[in-house]
Design a protein around this ligand. Structure first.
Ligand SMILES: [Fe+2]
Ligand SMILES: [Fe+2]
Length: 240
């Protein structure tokens, strides 16, 4: 993935009615392996913070929340698989459009394989509304669940790992040497990876839509707070 203004619309096969081979990881989406095969055309070249392992984690979260909230699991699985199918790098001015572009690509694919307009709309809305930067309120059960399931993957240990992976790709330092904890300067996540915890991630739990999502988010936010304290200690920030 290039470092700036990267937009990767994953390639679409010439004939979307012919599903690709079912990959090994599709078993995680059982009984929706056929949807993994169908959507593979759009999900094949995601970056390492949005790869198959992200899709599997989001689906695991989504299924768990859906046991509490209900919702249509086929729509949820399809929306999960396609929610990041158009990748726009964090520093691109088109970032807030990414989920709308992903929803449009999903709509085209599902139309071509004969899904009903009602079900396509349900998938497209969940995809559009999952994104933080799109600022679209989720209005359906599936959209609320997908948004929470995706945001959970930005929190906790996995959220920490993904933050530093993306920051490394953008060549951002871990923290500001002069003021790591931003005690006497404005936060700037475009310059320091650590600042992203305060500008975005630690505020995410307030945005959660479901009861279980909120509970899990609070636990994972605690893990981030603990990590920041450990880091502060290890880098000697108290003494700076
Ligand atoms: Fe996303
Ligand atoms: Fe995602």
């Amino acid at each position: 993935m290039p470092n700036s203004l990267a937009i990767a619309a994953h390639p679409v096969s010439n004939d979307p009615t012919v599903p690709g081979e079912i990959p090994v990881w599709a078993a995680a989406f059982s009984p929706y392996e056929h949807i993994v095969a169908l959507t593979q055309k759009l999900t094949g070249s995601a970056d390492s913070a949005h790869d198959e392992s992200h899709l599997i984690r989001v689906w695991t979260n989504a299924k768990r929340i859906a046991m509490d909230e209900g919702g249509d699991l086929e729509i949820l699985a399809t929306a999960t698989l396609l929610h990041d199918c158009v990748a726009v790098e964090k520093n691109s001015p088109l970032r807030s459009q990414a989920s709308r572009m992903a929803a449009a690509a999903a709509r085209d694919l599902l139309l071509e394989v004969g899904w009903s307009e009602e079900r396509i709309q349900a998938v497209a809305h969940a995809i559009e509304a999952h994104s933080f930067s799109a600022r679209i309120a989720p209005t359906t059960t599936e959209a609320r669940i997908l948004q929470d399931a995706d945001r959970l993957d930005a929190l906790g240990a996995i959220g920490i790992a993904r933050l530093f992976m993306v920051s490394g790709r953008l060549d951002r330092p871990i923290y500001d040497l002069a003021d790591p904890m931003a005690e006497n300067r404005p936060l700037d996540e475009t310059r320091f990876a650590l600042d992203h915890f305060w500008t975005k991630l630690l505020g995410l739990p307030e945005t959660f839509q479901t009861r279980l999502g909120r509970e899990l988010a609070a636990v994972r936010a605690e893990r981030i707070s603990k990590f920041i304290l450990d880091l502060k200690h290890e880098i000697g920030a108290e003494a700076l």
